[in-house]
Design a protein around this ligand. Structure first.
Ligand code: MCA
Ligand code: AMP
Length: 476
């Protein structure tokens, strides 16, 4: 297979990566990542402590150059989830920024500091593995029940999805991407960092999202923005009062939203203030990108566009024009790590991947996502979160006797996690803050319930199964 990053071979002085004050040219990145690749070559798997920093980008590129599968870790992962991921992925080493404190769970691993200034551009980076099927990244993603599963993403899928996007977005080396997404998921890491590097373009990462940061970068040379709907919602909220922001967005070449549906209301507000239509693309950790509105196609808010080149898409078990999206193509993962059962269950007998997303098709093939098959999956802030994992964590809290978790509509987050709790002692129930803190510490802060409602009993059917649909206006 040809190299993932051709621009590292012709390493020049063009800026590749910028994180705040810290930047690297292609020549510097080739030097730093090449030197690190030499150090980690032959390691089984490496974990990457994925803070939103230059070090994370260099560490992941080094792993890809060395052909060592990288497991990006959310640095805010709580104890229980981190222990699970480490047990499951069994990395031999962890790559981290020098001085970055690491939790005790990582103490048994060899720590390798990522030094962006290291290495010499004079030494060419090592040859990348030829095998297109060799695993590039293992990205953890939640299901309805149980702990997150590691999606094994081969080099073929990473290259294929990025090249398909380049075609439909006319993405070139001249593009400068701005984003503020976390670097432990597909959106922020593969699309947001590896995408520009594969094209030989540039990326500027804001460290953390702010509307001001987006406006600043788009008015000083950035050409594209990638964000989740929560970010576009916050941008839409600011547009009325911020002329500079509207001007900056109007000047962008491409505004792309994904990871969850961008409400048509926010589409309209942004279009009205900037004259620009946000383009939506639809993907999944296991499939990388499936569809997108094309830059030369008709923008159609409320749809996620058409299948990407090379991706086959069908609707299964259609009723009233709505069916489950199933896909096939070079963009797909190789399977879940250590989970042949779950991998088999994810595919149909004839080899199509079941996304669990329900959609209809416009006459000309544009895909409209209308919901999800499993109501126990919640999308909050663009993060996929399983109700079951939160319920399990809450059941471990001594103040909780019974619990059900649902998602409720939220203008900012898309969906908000709601925990319905029967307290162990009705006289002194735990506080909502305590329960949110417990989930944040065990799983991850973005999985914490934003609302806690106390009940005397949970509604159950004759079989004893909790009837989530009977809980408030939850979608469960
Ligand atoms: C709050 N915090 C807490 C607690 N409460 N920490 C510990 N205990 C607590 N009880 C902290 C958080 O750690 C965080 O810290 C801060 O408070 C705010 O957290 P949060 O509420 O999560 O932030 P937010 O303001 O709601 O964030 C909105 C966001 C975020 C920036 C839009 O949701 C986000 O980055 N979303 C992106 C998700 C994403 O990339 N999804 C891609 C996966 P601190 O202030 O230090 O941060 S989907 C994918 O990849 C597929 C392929 C696709 O299609 O794209
Ligand atoms: P994740 O498993 O975190 O990779 O999230 C994948 C899921 O995000 C998909 O199965 C969809 O439900 C959802 N998703 C991603 N992009 C979009 C989009 N543009 N519109 C609606 N849902 C989306």
């Amino acid at each position: 297979m040809s190299p993932l990053f051709p621009a590292l071979r012709t390493a020049d002085r063009k800026e590749a990566l910028r994180f705040g004050e810290h930047a690297l040219t292609y020549a510097e990145l080739a030097g730093a990542a090449g030197a690190l690749a030499g150090r980690i070559a032959g390691s089984g798997r490496v974990a990457v402590w994925a803070t939103p920093t230059l070090e994370t980008a260099v560490g992941v590129v080094a792993a890809l150059l060395a052909g060592v599968p990288a497991v990006p870790l959310n640095p805010k992962t709580g104890e229980r989830e981190l222990a699970h991921i480490l047990r499951d992925s069994a990395p031999t080493a962890v790559l981290a920024a020098p001085g970055e404190p690491l939790p005790p769970a990582l103490a048994a691993l060899t720590r390798i500091d990522v030094v962006p200034e290291a290495g010499s551009a004079a030494d060419p980076p090592p040859a990348e593995p030829d095998d297109a099927e060799s695993p590039a990244l293992i990205v953890y993603t939640s299901g309805t029940t149980g702990p997150p599963k590691g999606a094994v993403l081969p080099r073929r899928a990473v290259a294929g999805t990025l090249d398909a996007l380049a075609e439909v977005w006319a993405w070139t080396p001249d593009d400068v991407l701005v984003h503020a997404l976390p670097l432990f998921h597909v959106h922020g890491l593969i699309l947001g960092v590896l995408g520009p590097l594969r094209r030989g373009g540039s990326v500027r990462h804001l460290g953390r999202f702010s509307v001001e940061g987006v406006a600043r970068e788009l008015s000083t040379g950035a050409t594209m923005l990638f964000g989740v709907p929560t970010m576009y919602h916050r941008i839409a909220e600011s547009l009325d009062t911020d002329r500079e922001l509207a001007k900056a967005l109007a000047g962008a070449r491409l505004l792309v939203s994904g990871s969850a549906a961008l409400p048509v209301h926010d589409h309209r507000r942004i279009a009205a203030a900037t004259g620009r239509t946000v383009i939506e693309r639809y993907g999944m950790t296991e499939t990388l990108m499936n569809t997108s509105v094309r830059v030369d196609g008709e923008p159609r808010p409320g749809t996620v566009g058409v299948p990407l080149p090379g991706v086959e898409l069908r609707l299964a078990d259609e009723s009233d024009g709505i069916g489950e999206i199933q896909v096939r193509g070079p963009n797909l993962f190789s399977g879940y790590l250590n989970r042949p059962d779950a991998t088999a269950a994810a595919f149909t007998e004839d080899g199509w991947f079941r996304t669990g997303d329900m959609a209809s098709l416009d006459g000309d093939g544009y895909v409209r996502i209308v919901g999800r098959r499993a109501t126990d999956l919640i999308k909050s802030g663009g993060y996929k979160i399983g109700a079951g994992e939160i319920e399990n964590a809450l059941l471990d809290h001594p103040g909780v006797r019974e619990v059900a978790v649902t998602g409720e509509p939220d203008a900012d987050l898309g969906e908000r996690i709601v925990a319905w709790v029967v307290p162990a002692d009705p006289q002194s129930p735990p506080t909502a803050e305590e329960l949110a803190g417990h989930v944040a510490a065990q799983l991850s802060p973005h999985k914490r319930p934003r609302t806690v409602r106390f009940l005397e009993t949970l509604p159950r059917n004759d079989m004893g199964k909790i009837m989530k649909r009977a809980l408030g206006n939850g979608n469960g």
